[in-house]
Design a protein around this ligand. Structure first.
Ligand code: PTJ
Length: 255
């Protein structure tokens, strides 16, 4: 990290997360546009009080249950997700038996390779979706992200897609797949079209999700299916939107 963040700075954590992305940019994992996407996310996070809400916890619980009951779950990794959660992506994959696949909106062979090498350095053994492995196609989708690995997203029943941009979620749903998104914007197309959307910062979500997976691992299938059945994505998004509106309307004088 090049910038020394004062420990007592009131926004130290937020600045630390920013630096992870800047480092990711310097290391060839993240695109410039990824910094803009993060800025949009930060705005929603600020209004949410930069805390994991009860509605996010409910979405994380349903996510854990869905991952544990899936026969072929896959974690889709883009530049921002790799830079923010590198080590945790591998822990998550181990906790739920999901494979890892790189899938980029602003695709380039160099960045795809950089992300794969980065995850391998952190301990990942089989990172799909790079180089000559992208031989399958997602129908109903334009752009580079439609090229996927036949061992991964192509045959997955559940796809975990943090920091996604909307049209791929719709295309994956049309293929009959369950899509789990992490998006701080409850109004986005991704959030609305996902089977489950967790409205929270991905850096807070993944450690909680790993913990939840370990806790729910011993539950039987029927009880896990019950947890999924009780979850209503649109109701959950509305609750997050309500909290964001409240966060934007109450200003307390502290000066
Ligand atoms: O690495 P690539 O080429 O695949 O590109 C990745 C980005 C993120 C640049 C690309 O997918 C993109 O442009 O995404 P969008 O359309 O800007 O959408 C990103 C969404 O993620 C927005 O709704 C943001 O609010 C949200 N977001 C940003 N940072 C976070 C976040 N949600 C959760 N946690 C975050 N840290």
């Amino acid at each position: 990290m090049q910038f020394n963040i004062p420990q007592d700075h009131p926004r130290a954590e937020s600045l630390r997360v920013r630096e992870m992305l800047v480092e990711g940019l310097r290391g060839g994992l993240v695109v410039e546009e990824g910094l803009i996407a993060h800025g949009r996310g930060e705005t929603f996070d600020y209004l949410l009080g930069e805390k994991t809400t009860l509605s996010a916890i409910m979405a994380i619980k349903a996510t854990a249950a869905m991952l544990l009951t899936s026969s072929h779950p896959i974690i889709s990794v883009n530049g921002n997700f790799a830079a923010l959660c590198g080590k945790e992506i591998i822990e998550l994959s181990r906790a739920c038996g999901a494979l890892i696949e790189v899938n980029l909106f602003y695709h380039s062979v160099n960045r795809e390779r950089a992300i794969k090498c980065y995850l391998e350095r952190l301990g990942a053994t089989d990172v799909l979706g790079t180089g000559k492995d992208r031989t399958a196609t997602i129908p109903y989708l334009n752009g580079e992200r439609k090229h996927v690995d036949p061992r991964g997203i192509a045959i997955a029943d559940t796809v975990f897609v943090p920091l996604e941009d909307g049209d791929r979620t719709e295309a994956l749903k049309k293929m009959g797949k369950k899509v789990i998104a992490v998006d701080l914007n409850p109004l986005s197309r991704t959030s609305v079209h996902a089977t489950i959307c967790i409205v929270d910062n991905v850096v807070r979500v993944i450690p909680i999700l790993i913990q939840m997976l370990l806790e729910l691992k011993s539950e039987n299938r029927e009880s896990l299916m019950n947890m999924i059945g009780k979850f209503d994505n649109i109701m959950n998004l509305n609750e997050s939107a309500r909290l964001i509106r409240r966060g934007g309307s109450e200003i307390s004088a502290t000066i």
